[in-house]
Structure formats: C-alpha cells, structure tokens
Design a protein around this ligand. Sequence first.
Ligand SMILES: *[C@@H]1O[C@H](CO)[C@@H](O)[C@H](O)[C@H]1NC(C)=O
Ligand SMILES: *[C@@H]1O[C@H](CO)[C@@H](O)[C@H](O)[C@H]1NC(C)=O
Ligand SMILES: *[C@@H]1O[C@H](CO)[C@@H](O)[C@H](O)[C@H]1NC(C)=O
Ligand SMILES: *[C@@H]1O[C@H](CO)[C@@H](O)[C@H](O)[C@H]1NC(C)=O
Length: 403
Amino acid sequence: MVGGGSFSWSPKESRSRALLLAPVLCVWGTQRIMENRRRRRSGAAAERLLTAVAFLACSSQMPVVDGNSWWSLGLTPIQRPEMFIIGAQPLCSQLSGLSQGQRKLCQLYQDHMTYIGDGAKTGIKECQYQFRQRRWNCSTVDNASVFGRVMQIGSRETAFTYAISAAGVVNAISRACREGELSTCGCSRAARPRDLPRDWLWGGCGDNVHYGYRFAREFVDAREREKNYPRGSTEHSRMLMNLHNNEAGRQAVYNLANVACKCHGVSGSCSLKTCWLQLADFRRVGEFLKEKYSSAAAMRIGRKGKLELEDKRFNTPTPEDLVYIDPSPDYCLRNETTGSMGTQGRYCNKTSEGMDGCELMCCGRGYDQFKTYKHERCHCKFHWCCYVKCKRCTSLVDQFVCK
Ligand SMILES: *[C@@H]1O[C@H](CO)[C@@H](O)[C@H](O)[C@H]1NC(C)=O
Ligand SMILES: *[C@@H]1O[C@H](CO)[C@@H](O)[C@H](O)[C@H]1NC(C)=O
Ligand SMILES: *[C@@H]1O[C@H](CO)[C@@H](O)[C@H](O)[C@H]1NC(C)=O
Ligand SMILES: *[C@@H]1O[C@H](CO)[C@@H](O)[C@H](O)[C@H]1NC(C)=O
C-alpha cells in the first residue's frame, strides 16, 4: 500500500523587485543586440550575456497563458531554476497551465518543476506510442490545452491520458530523488522486502517511489481539489473521474517498481548481492495502463454524489483500474466541437484486421495507395573483431493512406 503524509505550502508569496525592472531591461537589451548586430560589434561572450539578460527580462514579460493543464509543461523545456539569475521567482508565474495550488507548490518546490515537465513529456510520448495504431493517436495540438478539446469528453481515452501523465510525474520525481537532483528527497528508504534471501544486502540507492508518489499526488491532484463543484453535477463527476485515474496512474508506477540486484564477489561468482528498489521501465507502465484502458469501467454519478458502476453486473473498479463517464466519439471525422482530428491522411495496414487495418482505421471511407522507397540495413556481416558491417538496401513498398 502507499503511504500517507502531505506537503504543505505557505501562502506567502514574495514579489521580486527585479520583475519591475524587466520591461526596461527587455527593451534595452533587445535594442543593444540589434545595434551590435548592425555594427558587427562586441565579442561573442558579451553578446551571449546580453542575449541572456534580454531573454530573461523579455520572457518575464510574456503574458501568462491560462492553459488548461500542467501537461503543457511537457511541451516546452523548462529552464533549470539556477538559470533564473535575475528575479527570485519568475519561474512559477511564467509557466502556463498551472492552477493556483500548483503555482504555490511550484514556488516551494522549484527544483521539481523540470522533472514534472520531463514526466509530462514521458507520459505524452508513451501515450502516443501505445495509441500509434488507433484512430485516436494521442496527438497533441500546438496549444496550452495540449491534447485539445477531446479531453472535454470524459472518455476512456481521456482516462488513459490522465493516468499516464500522473504516472510520468511519479516516475520522473522518483528517479530525480535517487539521482540527488532534488533538495527535499534522496535515495529510497523502503523497508527490506521480507522475501529477500538473508545473505543479500539491502540498501543500494533506490528510486524513491514513495516520495514520487506523494509529491505527484499533491501536485497533479491539486487542480482537481481546488474546484468546488456542487455534488452530483456533471463537473463534479468529471472531477471524481480525473482523481480516480490520476491515482490509477500513480499506483501503476508504485506497484510495478521492483527489487533490482547487483552481484559482487570473486570474479563474478555472485556470492554477494546488493539490492535496491528500482522503477519499472516506463514502457511496462504504458502497457499495464493500456490493459487498464481496455478494461476500463463505465461509471455514472450516483445518488450519494459518488461514482457508481453503470452496469452493476461488473466488478467494482479498484484504485488501480481506469474509469470513464462518457462514451468515446468515433474519432473518424474531423470535428471542431469534439476536438477529434479524424483519420484522413493516416497510414493504415491493408492486411491487418485490427484497429490499424485500413477498414477500421479509415472508417470505411477507403484508402489511397502509393509506392514509396524504404531504406533498410541489409546483408549485414560480422567482422572479427568486433563490428558489424551492413549495406543499405532500398526497396519499393506499398503504402496505404486513409481517404
Ligand atoms: C487552443 O485552445 C483553445 C481553447 O483552449 C481553442 O479555443 C483554440 O481554438 C485552440 N487553438 C488551436 C490552434 O487549436
Ligand atoms: C461533431 O460532433 C458533435 C457531437 O458528437 C455532433 O453533434 C456534430 O454533428 C459533429 N459535427 C460535424 C461537423 O460532424
Ligand atoms: C495522429 O493523427 C493525426 C491525424 O489524425 C496526424 O496529423 C498526426 O501526425 C498523428 N500523430 C502521431 C504522433 O502519429
Ligand atoms: C500488417 O498487418 C499484418 C497482419 O497483422 C502484419 O503481419 C504486417 O507485418 C503488417 N504490416 C506492417 C507494414 O506493419
């Protein structure tokens, strides 16, 4: 089971004086750079410094986009906090997509933000991998809402997206703790597993999934918990759905983490082993959640204002399962209202009968066929010792694209 504990934040927000200087610095810096370029003056180092000052000053001037989600942290790289040389806290006010509570957590745990961004990115990438052969392919739009309007529908796909992103954050923070990147956590202090053989040592530096889990719970759930919807409303049921799926994602990482060991001893005899807690490969987390997606439970809001099964004959979902409240759109046609991108232009497989087959992928609209060159490594030969030499072969293959 996962443990309790909570992070607190102080409501005090300090305003940086440098922020007031920013507009002046921004204009001044930019003018100097342009002038220097024109006159081909000043050295490379001076130019770099000037650019840095101007960039920081100007970027603190960017309007804060009120995006839909912290997921947008995964789209743009977050500057490491030490890069923010002027101004004490421009980082958190600049990041778009944070809710009020998340912004406060950001101020308290600034060094975590890069890893939350990495986690979101890992989650988005894995989502796109798992859904690469489906009509809805988890594509992002170039927008603060990241996945676009489809997330307004409380569908299975939305459930998966929330879970995998929350999982990404647990993964990234747990790893960052182990690597000593964060000031508030270190190696895992998980208790020695009971079934570990006696003569194996426990205590290598492990991934701190306990901390990762707890921090992700505070951070990711913050935006849901801030909302104050009337019980029983559609918005309230959607909030419950999001919270459930966030938790399922976190638990996937937590529960899939396992013991890893290393051998010591005379010439690889493995007479001695040191073991520690290690995160599962994120691909496994993706596969696990994809299975949960396939078996996700349809829910509706009950009389007590809690989610309950739509069909009582099924098993009640556990915290590890995904839940959804709306049926999925068919994702066949482009539709601005639902945010569906449609499958026109998608590649399909003529011989497959699965979701990647042309019949299902193109929704019966048919497909265009064309030939394209495929480059591959071929005729590979092993040379003593030790390299492999290949040739490059080109072949003409058929490609199918949905109409
Ligand atoms: C960006 O998102 C907003 C709503 O969040 C939407 O109104 C707008 O059309 C989107 N823009 C693009 C280019 O998708
Ligand atoms: C888009 O989807 C909505 C909701 O499913 C539907 O009512 C509408 O007719 C669709 N619009 C188009 C242009 O297909
Ligand atoms: C997903 O599908 C859309 C069209 O439906 C396409 O534009 C996009 O490139 C695809 N994304 C990925 C990651 O395959
Ligand atoms: C198309 O689908 C068939 C049957 O599932 C599979 O054997 C084949 O490798 C697929 N082709 C490509 C190019 O993915």
